[in-house]
Design a protein around this ligand. Structure first.
Ligand code: NAD
Length: 484
């Protein structure tokens, strides 16, 4: 059995037998690796090493453009190993191979996108008065902690690590206990390229190891992606030490389809937005808001598309893979059972047994209709392939429904009417709005984050660099030589 070590202070650290945790392949239910459940001592050691490394002359002397070159070198390395890493991600998360390949490509693109930015994190000068040069400089924050969830391990590691290394920080990544494999692959590369302590990888149970990290008094920034309750816990813990956080906490994102939309485009967009990664996506289009006049035809065609979807193991590369683990499977199948009893299921609603993969966590892609807008099924993040349909008759009603949850991550608007589309985009409370598409181009360059309980701050794009820098104002008085 492959045992995945942690990287602490430049050394590979293995657990004692009793601190090992199993990592499963969700497609087969088989154990594929084991990780260490880190102790508080491991975390303390990593933070100490990060502090020493961050303040070392060795790290300070590496020029900004050299950090950039390292990022692009890594992007090339990722591409060279793309197929091998796609298989790792596919086995670890259960996602279809094509989706895993897209994740690996996106990871390469995060490093590529920021490589040229590393030496362009520029400050400013402010005119004050004659005899004072006032400079604003952007410095790295110091030790950045990256708590990565299990749904997009390599992408979510890449998007924040690229920005943190570009700006000169010491990075500690805590991978999700279920999905450490690609983060380990990243760690193997950085271990040979960066001074010891600049890149470290901690593994273990989030609810145990997470708080050791988030409450540590010597860290300087936390980026967390996951659920709202855990995000709140992370924020409370960080508040004790006045440590800033960037939180990305999921959503209940609407696809708003107007009667004048290009229906074929909208249908494909709505399907893709909910079945990608079996609906275990923070930006999943989990609600369909459909204009009443086209409801029947749209749903009928949607049902056909859902019923044509193939569900199977990630490596078979069909349309949809399994759920992540038994916990997700129990949560979703219980919810589907109840939805069936309540008469909401239009199609799907069942668990699936795939021949040869009987221990995998498969469920049918499901459409629910007839649900009240304030029902939990229309309000709470399900994190499975479950689409909840609501209807509207006016533009204002569509906007009110779109904004009727605690979340505000993403929204899709489908209409050929430029006025309607722009007006709705301007009124929807969401960090990203897509008009006549959903998730354009993977979004590497676009600021990503939420309104309301979907989070705080933005990852991706150039704006992510701000998370990992702090501003210092330096005022310099000068005078003619004879007046000194
Ligand atoms: P979670 O928010 O509890 O955990 C997310 C990750 O954070 C885990 O992989 C874990 O390693 C770590 N973690 C857990 N507790 C922590 C703590 N106290 N301090 C620091 N880190 C901690 O989510 P989950 O239990 O993995 O999944 C439950 C639900 O959360 C899902 O069904 C879904 O609704 C939501 N979720 C959302 C996202 C997203 O992309 N926004 C990702 C994962 C889960």
């Amino acid at each position: 059995m492959k045992k995945i070590p942690m990287l602490i202070n430049g050394e590979w650290v293995h657990a004692s037998m009793e601190a090992l945790l199993d990592v499963m392949n969700p497609s087969t239910g088989e154990v594929i690796a084991q990780i260490t459940n880190a102790s508080k001592t491991h975390v303390d050691k990593a933070v100490r090493a990060a502090r020493v490394a961050f303040e070392s002359e060795e790290w300070r002397k590496i020029k900004a453009y050299e950090r950039g070159q390292l990022l692009v070198e890594f992007a090339h390395y990722i591409r060279k190993h793309a197929e091998e890493w796609s298989l790792l991600e596919c086995r670890d998360v259960g996602k279809p191979l094509t989706q895993a390949r897209a994740d690996i490509e996106a990871a390469a693109r995060y490093f590529e996108f920021l490589w040229g930015a590393a030496d362009k994190v520029m400050g400013d000068t402010i005119p004050i008065e004659d005899g004072i040069l006032n400079a604003v400089v952007l410095e790295p924050v110091g030790i950045t902690v990256h708590i990565v969830p299990w749904n997009y391990p390599i992408q979510i590691t890449a998007r924040s690590v690229a920005a943190a290394i570009a700006t000169g920080n010491a990075v500690i990544v805590k991978s999700a206990e279920d999905t450490p494999l690609t983060t380990h692959a990243i760690t193997e590369w950085f271990a040979g390229k960066l001074p010891r302590g600049i890149f470290q990888h901690i593994t273990g149970l989030g609810r145990e190891v997470g708080p050791y990290l988030t409450s540590h008094p010597d860290i300087n920034h936390i980026t967390f992606t996951g659920s709202v309750p855990t995000g709140i816990a992370v924020m409370k813990s960080a508040a004790e030490n006045v440590v800033p956080v960037t939180l990305e906490l999921g959503g209940k994102s609407p696809n708003i389809v107007f009667a004048d939309a290009n229906m074929e485009q909208a249908l494909d967009g709505v399907v893709r937005a909910i079945i990608q990664n079996a609906g275990q996506t923070c930006s999943a289009g989990a609600r369909l808001l459909i204009e009443e006049s086209v409801k029947e035809t749209f749903i009928a065609q949607l049902v056909q598309k859902f019923q044509a979807l193939k569900v199977g193991p990630g490596e078979a590369d069909v349309d949809m893979g399994p759920l992540l683990n038994e916990r997700q499977y129990t949560k979703i199948s219980t919810l589907l059972q109840k939805a069936k009893e309540d008469g909401y299921v239009v199609t799907g609603g069942e668990t699936l047994t795939i021949e040869g993969y009987e221990k995998g966590y498969y469920v049918e892609p499901t459409i629910l209709a007839g649900v009240e807008a304030n029902d939990a099924l229309a309000q709470e993040e399900i994190f499975g392939p479950v689409l909840t349909v609501l209807t509207f008759t006016t533009v204002e009603e569509a906007i009110a429904l779109a904004n009727s949850t605690d979340y505000g991550l993403v929204a899709g608007v489908w209409s050929k009417d430029i006025d309607t589309a722009h007006y709705v985009a301007s009124r929807v409370q969401a960090g990203q709005v897509f008009i006549n598409n959903y998730g354009a181009a993977g979004g590497i360059q676009m600021p990503f984050g939420g309104y309301k309980k979907s989070g705080i701050g933005r990852e991706k794009g150039f704006v992510a660099l701000r998370n990992y820098t702090q501003m210092k104002n330096i005022a310099i008085r000068y005078a003619p030589p004879n007046q000194i």
